[in-house]
Design a protein around this ligand. Structure first.
Ligand SMILES: C[S@@+](CC[C@H](N)C(=O)[O-])C[C@H]1O[C@@H](n2cnc3c(N)ncnc32)[C@H](O)[C@@H]1O
Length: 222
């Protein structure tokens, strides 16, 4: 975790907020690095994940991303990192999720997230690597016909293993779901606009703005 550029991801997100945020939400938060970064900078932040074990610090809620326990229009911005939307099962769940995010965002509020595209899933197929100082081994297999990437996470001694199924969504599936939910796509670019020279196939970062006003990103007006 220490090698992930959390601050730079958060700064990428910040530049698109349409105004001084009321609340920022981190969805699929896991250890909630973005919510902690927001709080560190003095913003009000709430972190949500369906796994209770992650929700130990700060403002947090145990919640399914397809049914958010938040009132309408309460967030100015939402963020989800590390290909979290790929944990949604299918296009129906993707649509439910994006409609929920649109509901809880204020007009012109933004949702920034990254996804694992088909090219990255292909590059990961058959690949095994170590993480967390080699205490964890992660191996991937990709079924491109089913659009399913399976990541097997094992402690080095193999006593504990988990399989993480991820649905790889196409650009068209993401664009269609975003449009139906009432979003405009402000940006779609590799790796939070950070350098990609060392990365075979980077994640795709999406910046969506909820319809309902003139939503020009402050730092990147085109
Ligand atoms: C790849 S992890 C990313 C965690 C965190 N965003 C990060 O960058 O470290 C995906 C997270 O999504 C959560 N998750 C998966 N499906 C979910 C759902 N339907 N609703 C809420 N959380 C979900 C998992 O519990 C997990 O914490």
């Amino acid at each position: 975790m220490a090698d992930l550029p959390h601050r730079r991801w958060f700064e990428f997100f910040l530049q698109y907020l349409p105004n001084k945020p009321t609340w920022i939400g981190e969805l699929f938060c896991g250890p909630a690095a973005m919510a902690h970064e927001a709080a560190r900078r003095g913003y009000r932040a709430i972190a949500l994940d369906r796994e209770k074990s992650f929700l130990v610090r700060g403002n947090s809620l145990c919640a399914d991303a397809r049914a958010l326990p938040l009132a309408d229009s309460v967030l100015t911005g939402a963020i989800a990192t590390n290909s979290s939307l790929n944990y949604l099962n299918d296009t129906r769940d993707l649509a439910l999720h994006l409609c929920e995010v649109a509901r809880v965002l204020e007009a012109r509020g933004v949702y920034v997230f990254d996804t694992c595209p088909h090219e990255r899933a292909l590059a990961l197929d058959g690949y095994t690597h170590n993480a967390l100082e080699s205490t964890v081994k992660i191996s991937h297999t990709y079924d491109s016909r089913q659009k399913k990437l399976m990541s097997r996470v094992a402690l080095k001694n193999n006593q504990i293993t988990e399989v993480h199924p991820q649905r790889i969504f196409s650009d068209t599936e993401l664009r269609t779901a975003a449009k139906i939910a009432g979003f405009r796509i402000l940006e779609r670019e590799p790796n939070y606009a950070l350098p990609t020279t060392q990365i075979v196939a980077p994640v795709t970062t999406w910046v969506l703005a909820r319809n309902g006003g003139d939503s020009t990103p402050r730092a990147r007006a085109k």
